[in-house]
Write a protein that binds this ligand. Structure first.
Ligand code: ADP
Ligand code: MN
Ligand code: MN
Ligand code: MN
Ligand code: MN
Length: 363
């Protein structure tokens, strides 16, 4: 494979050199990458520690802590935030027996940190496990050159040809960054993340991957781990990944994070009635949902570019201009799932999946 982009330092930081060291044996020691969500609610943070053996379960792993004053999660005078491991997956970057450890943040007094959106989401899902909520999340993202300003494949300071040839495209003149989409896909499968597919998007340099169906809290866990893996893959390639819902203003598609959703009753024969009931409930709380569906979503939900306007709820069969779409197959089968098209690419999947479950099922 060609050398990765590490332009400013030439060959000295090349991954060819790094791979010599990464193939060295760790003499039985296990490297564990503790991962958590930072103070913006969109940044993913991580740090590593060494263990003497592979943990049999997440319960075996110790709590850890970090300096919350450096992540906008604490004041300097009382800066400690506790990391509580909640899920272990194989580490696709170090390979071997090494692991990624997804964590929740807690205060020293044992209460959930205000930025810990997983704890309330897990509590909501625990209220009715028999309903078996499934989520399939479509994560769109936009790749930029290392300058953070030029989308991949775009001329510097200019614009490519208008949208049309790029969606689900092939060819060097249409598809930009497939190496990243594919590396991420494989890394996620290695880690056991339930990626169900990928595709190039409408705007050149924009891609999508889908995670699901996942059961309850598993959806947010897999989504956050998949976003972390994306950041690491992009770091390797010297490319910047943006989850901004409208990275380029104007006649260019924004980036969303559609959430496909079903409960057991919706998936069973005659479940269509339960689906319509759930969608009506979503409509009644439209603005409440919009408030937690991602920062800057108003720049994306304009009514153009396959979106519905942010201030008006709508739904329809096979309608990609509606807030909620019912797949044609769901109508035909009289059961299945529906798609909430409103969430932005930077939304918090813990917040959004739990909100949908709360509104449609628990309330
Ligand atoms: P779109 O046609 O909107 O582009 P995608 O194929 O990108 O849809 O994504 C659909 C997602 O919905 C996938 O992740 C898929 O696994 C998920 N999904 C399929 N069936 C269900 C279901 N019954 N409940 C929830 N999610 C589902
Ligand atoms: Mn899709
Ligand atoms: Mn899409
Ligand atoms: Mn789209
Ligand atoms: Mn979709």
């Amino acid at each position: 494979m060609a050398a990765f982009a590490c332009a400013p330092t030439g060959g000295r930081l090349s991954h060819d050199v790094l791979s010599r060291y990464m193939s060295l044996d760790t003499r039985g020691k296990v490297q564990a990458e503790y991962i958590w969500i930072g103070g913006s609610g969109e940044d993913v943070r991580c740090k590593t520690r060494t263990f003497d053996k592979v943990p049999a379960s997440v319960e075996e792993l110790p709590e850890w802590n970090f300096d919350g004053s450096s992540t906008k999660q604490a004041e300097g005078h009382d800066s400690e935030v506790i990391l509580k491991p909640v899920r272990i997956v194989p580490d696709p970057f170090r390979g071997g027996e090494h692991i990624l450890v997804l964590c929740e943040c807690y205060r020293p007094d044992g209460t959930a940190h205000p930025t810990n959106t997983r704890a309330p989401a897990a509590a909501a899902f625990a209220k009715d496990e028999a309903s078996a909520p499934w989520f399939g999340v479509e994560q769109e993202y936009t790749l930029f050159e290392a300058d953070g300003r030029t989308p991949l494949g775009w001329p510097k300071g200019g614009y490519p040809g208008p949208q049309g040839p790029y969606y689900c495209s092939a060819g060097a003149e249409n598809a930009f960054g497939r190496a990243i989409a594919d590396a991420h896909y494989r890394a996620c499968l290695f880690a056991g993340i339930k990626v169900s597919g990928i595709n190039a998007e409408v705007m050149p340099g924009q891609w999508e991957y889908q995670v699901g169906p996942c059961l309850g809290i598993e959806s947010g866990d897999h989504m956050w781990l998949s976003r972390y893996i994306m950041q690491r893959v992009c770091e390797d390639f010297g490319v910047v990944c943006s989850f901004d819902p409208k990275p380029i203003p104007g006649d260019w598609n924004g980036a969303g994070c559609h959430v496909n959703y079903s409960t057991k009753p919706m998936r069973e024969a005659g479940g269509y009635a339960a689906i319509i009931e759930a969608i009506e409930k979503l409509g009644a709380k439209h603005l409440e949902h919009m408030a937690v569906y991602g920062r800057g979503n108003e720049r994306r939900l304009t009514g153009a570019h396959e979106t519905a306007p942010i201030d008006k709820f709508s739904y329809g069969v096979a309608n990609r201009g509606a807030s909620v779409r019912i797949p044609r197959t769901t109508e035909a089968d009289d059961c299945g799932y529906f798609e909430d098209r409103r969430p932005a690419s930077n939304m918090d999947p813990y917040v959004v999946t739990a909100k949908i479950f709360q509104t449609t099922h628990l309330d």
